[in-house]
Ligand binder design. Structure first.
Ligand SMILES: C[S@@+](CC[C@H](N)C(=O)[O-])C[C@H]1O[C@@H](n2cnc3c(N)ncnc32)[C@H](O)[C@@H]1O
Length: 499
């Protein structure tokens, strides 16, 4: 495999960026165009075993089929077919830019170049992970990329930073709601890819800079910082994209401690990451300490936790393919490392900070709902607003004096089982239909209270109604009633009337 040099990945004639964009547009090389031809929705996760099927579906010599074969399937293509597919561009320009390479009369891709949303994104061919240059591999759109994109706050930002930008995808997505964007990366190859992609997608307000963490943006302020850092916790330092090069989860801690000085007041930072869960220590207590003195409110949304063995197994399988013969030794090395560090499991999820100076900051940590039916950025912002609101309700009397309305996204599902008297309610489940789809079982007293939340009746009245239905004294249910309501507000089932 020819290794792409960092001096490549640009066109001598800048007009070729526009020409290549036009080539893709004319051929229909887009999300939809590709889906229509190959019938695979999730083509970023296509596997080698899918190739025969994909080659069959693209066998006719249309420009679109040639582009799919070349850049998505990574199949050798006939030179004349490629020349025709890229007209009016010259094949030589693509060769000189290091995007494709010639082998006799056939052409193969030297980079992966795929449509994603309204963009075309170039990144390294996965086979580079098997080569001697794998350390500098620039990853494409992976599952962590998609998760962060789904959770990113999409409100208007004057200036956005994508820290550890790789091929630049988060920077490009943020470009649609930002005055300007800076994409930074330690890996010079990643910066070249991001620069190339920014130009190919005509995003002149995205600037790509090389350097370690916040080094390239000293003295700057942002409304939004997004990062999918190299968060894998392991004894390895094999890949820049995967291994932060620091002990345990230090890279995430470092980003959290340094980001506040780069945030405008009210600005958000979102980090998709893993953290170590230490033996004998509550993970929430450990993470809480990371935010002390940052001047930021923080919300940790844990999407999963994996025991150390499963975590090691998954990552070694996923990223250490070149060393498969070494698997038992590698696994032992990872497990020894976790043992020394006292690591029992790894948490994974999204950490969001919001710079909020001049007062005591709050910290929230909870498990994410099973489904995050995106885009969820608005739900993240609303989660911050609801928690802010709850912080102002300092005692239960204030809460009971407030009026709430039920979220229009709330759904109630009853599960019943047959009995001699007919259907018998077994459980009543409350969930949110979109975004962060929190859910949980409730009893029908709470369900009845919820539906009366019309933004006009005071919660205290609703508590009295409930006490009557339960044939008890309102004072007896007051504490648990208020605690349930706080929980329902925090998760967005109940909304303050003017929210
Ligand atoms: C997991 S990849 C994420 C790439 C891309 N943002 C995405 O979400 O698909 C992590 C990226 O961080 C970069 N990186 C690693 N160490 C870094 C550091 N100390 N400073 C800045 N970037 C770094 C890697 O080169 C890589 O591109």
């Amino acid at each position: 495999m020819k290794m792409l040099k960092t001096s490549e990945l640009t066109f001598k004639d800048p007009g070729d960026f526009t020409r290549l964009r036009d080539v893709f547009e004319k051929a229909g090389y887009s999300d939809k165009g590709v889906l229509d031809v190959i019938g695979v929705k999730d083509f970023p996760s296509m596997k080698g075993t899918d190739v025969p099927l994909l080659l069959r579906r693209t066998k006719d010599n249309s420009p679109l089929n040639t582009l799919i074969r070349l850049f998505l399937i990574e199949a050798p293509c006939n030179m004349d077919a490629v020349k025709l597919a890229v007209l009016p561009m010259k094949l030589e320009s693509l060769v000189e830019a290091g995007i494709v390479q010639m082998d006799g009369a056939s052409v193969t891709a030297a980079v992966k170049l795929m449509p994603y949303k309204n963009f075309h994104i170039a990144f390294d061919l996965p086979c580079m992970l098997q080569s001697g240059s794998r350390k500098n591999y620039v990853m494409g759109i992976g599952s962590s990329t998609l998760t962060l994109a789904n959770l990113t706050i999409r409100k208007q930002s004057r200036r956005t930073l994508d820290l550890g930008a790789g091929c630049g995808i988060h920077a490009f997505l943020a470009a649609g709601h930002s005055g300007s964007v800076i994409a930074t990366d330690l890996n010079p190859r990643a910066v070249r890819f991001a620069e190339f992609n920014a130009r190919l997608n005509n995003l002149s307000h995205v600037q790509c800079l090389e350097g370690d963490l916040f080094g390239p943006v000293k003295g700057e302020k942002f409304d939004l910082v997004v990062s999918n850092p190299p968060f894998v916790i392991s004894p390895e330092t094999q890949y820049i994209y995967r291994d932060g090069g620091m002990e345990g989860d230090r890279i995430t801690q470092k980003i959290i401690s340094e980001v506040p000085e780069f945030l405008n007041e009210g600005g958000y930072c979102q980090i998709l990451c893993n953290w170590a869960e230490l033996r004998g220590q509550d993970w929430k207590d450990r993470l809480h300490k990371w935010f002390e003195g940052t001047g930021c409110d923080a919300w940790v949304l844990r999407s999963e936790t994996l025991d150390a063995e499963t975590y090691a197994l998954t990552w070694i399988r996923h990223t250490e393919k070149a060393e498969t013969g070494q698997f038992p030794q590698q696994f032992q090395k990872w497990m020894d490392y976790y043992e020394t560090q006292g690591i029992a499991s790894m948490g994974a999820g999204l950490i969001t900070l919001r710079r909020s100076g001049g007062r005591l900051n709050w910290f929230r940590a909870d498990d994410a709902p099973e489904k995050m039916q995106g885009p969820c950025g608005d739900d993240i912002v609303r989660g911050f607003e609801l928690r802010d609101f709850l912080e102002t309700i300092t005692d239960d009397s204030m809460l009971l004096n407030s009026q709430f309305r039920i979220s229009p996204e709330a759904r109630l599902e009853r599960q019943s089982k047959p009995s001699s008297e007919g259907w018998l309610d077994e459980s009543v489940r409350l969930r949110l239909a979109t975004g962060l789809t929190y859910s949980g079982n409730i009893d029908h007293f709470v369900a009845n209270m919820l539906i009366k939340c019309n933004g006009q009746r005071k919660l205290g009245d609703l508590m009295n109604d409930m006490a009557q239905a339960l044939q008890t004294d309102a004072e007896k249910i007051r504490a648990s009633f208020c605690s349930i309501v706080r929980h329902l507000v925090e998760r967005g089932f109940l909304l303050p009337p003017n929210s």
